[in-house]
Design a protein around this ligand. Structure first.
Ligand code: BDR
Ligand code: CA
Length: 308
């Protein structure tokens, strides 16, 4: 199995990704680390613990991470996730809370204790925790296996501004540090996540399964369906954060292009823009990958199997 840490800010689409990971035996889940993003970090940590309980995965530790971005003020996305971060689900006090220690300490300790390149990392929120971990332990970049990030925008522009997608926009400095590091990073930006849509048939299919994790995943998507209709005018909401987790389970479902990615951190106008350069003569070595294509039915099959 793939040994994986998931860093996230649940968040309704983070929740769907977590439920998929919790129910997939091909993943050895080492830890869930949380960050302030969609909602403040005390809520994202609590939400991760709630989802773990729903999935019956008390064996996976949850760690609380950074409260705020490296330099920017924290900016949430409660309108897309609900004030508590789990859409229409009313949060409850989970039976078990966070493990002692911080997310940054956990990422460093787990990765450094294992053989080189054997721990993968999926980042589903702002990149603050990973940037802080790289500052704390610079050898981490060379020790980590593949890092799959939901973040960035290119073809159709951003979802927060014309230039920027939320996770990169929320902490552009952290994203820039991670992309400038030696980490082996693949970005799953809006070009690909906007293809992964929770259609009515897909949501109804999950509801019909009747298990608690399936009902929880469906309820996240029902909330997004309503909100995206109201705010953006879309019939079927994208399930962004499912992409990096699905890639960790079945990389063959995605098409990637080698590239070099840099992030704008200074301009007020284009803050958080991901400059994705495919030309080696312009950018130098193409160390990153940008996801361009996806087998959407294949991704939803992974989700369905996991919550069944
Ligand atoms: C990203 O922003 C967050 O609101 C979602 O959880 C996802 O990680 C999409 O831009
Ligand atoms: Ca997220």
């Amino acid at each position: 199995p793939t040994s994986l840490i998931i860093d996230c800010d649940p968040g309704v689409d983070d929740a769907v990704a977590l439920l998929t990971a919790f129910g997939t035996p091909a993943l050895e889940l080492l830890a869930i680390t949380t960050v302030g993003g969609n909602v403040p970090v005390d809520k994202t940590a609590r939400n991760a613990s709630i989802l773990r309980q729903i999935a019956g995965r008390g064996d996976v530790p949850v760690f609380m991470g950074a409260e705020r971005p490296l330099r920017r003020e924290p900016m949430g996305a409660g309108e897309f996730h609900g004030a508590e971060g789990l859409g229409d689900m009313v949060p409850f006090e989970p039976e078990a809370g966070c493990a002692p220690g911080t997310a940054v300490e956990a990422i460093v300790e787990i990765v450094m204790a294992r053989p080189e390149k054997t721990v993968s990392l999926a980042v589903l929120g702002p990149l603050t925790n990973l940037a802080l971990a790289l500052r704390a332990e610079p050898r981490l970049a060379g020790r980590l296996g593949p890092v799959a990030v939901m973040g960035g925008a290119r073809a159709e522009g951003g979802n927060i501004t014309a230039s920027a997608e939320f996770n990169i926009w929320a902490d552009p400095d952290a994203a820039a540090e991670v992309l400038a590091s030696a980490c082996d990073v693949t970005l799953f930006g809006l070009d690909v996540t906007h293809q992964v849509r929770a259609t009515e048939a897909r949501i109804a299919g999950l509801e019909a399964l009747g298990t608690e994790p399936a009902r929880a995943a469906a309820s996240m998507m029902r909330f997004s369906q309503r909100i995206e209709r109201e705010i953006v005018g879309w019939e079927a909401p994208p399930v962004h954060d499912l992409c990096p987790v699905a890639w960790m389970i079945r990389s063959d479902l995605f098409t990637l292009r080698p590239c070099h990615i840099a992030v704008e951190t200074v301009s007020d106008l284009t803050r958080g823009h991901t400059a994705v350069e495919f030309r080696e003569d312009v950018a130098g070595p193409l160390r990153h990958r940008w996801a361009t294509g996806v087998d959407v039915d294949g991704v939803f099959e992974l989700l369905t199997e996991a919550v069944r």
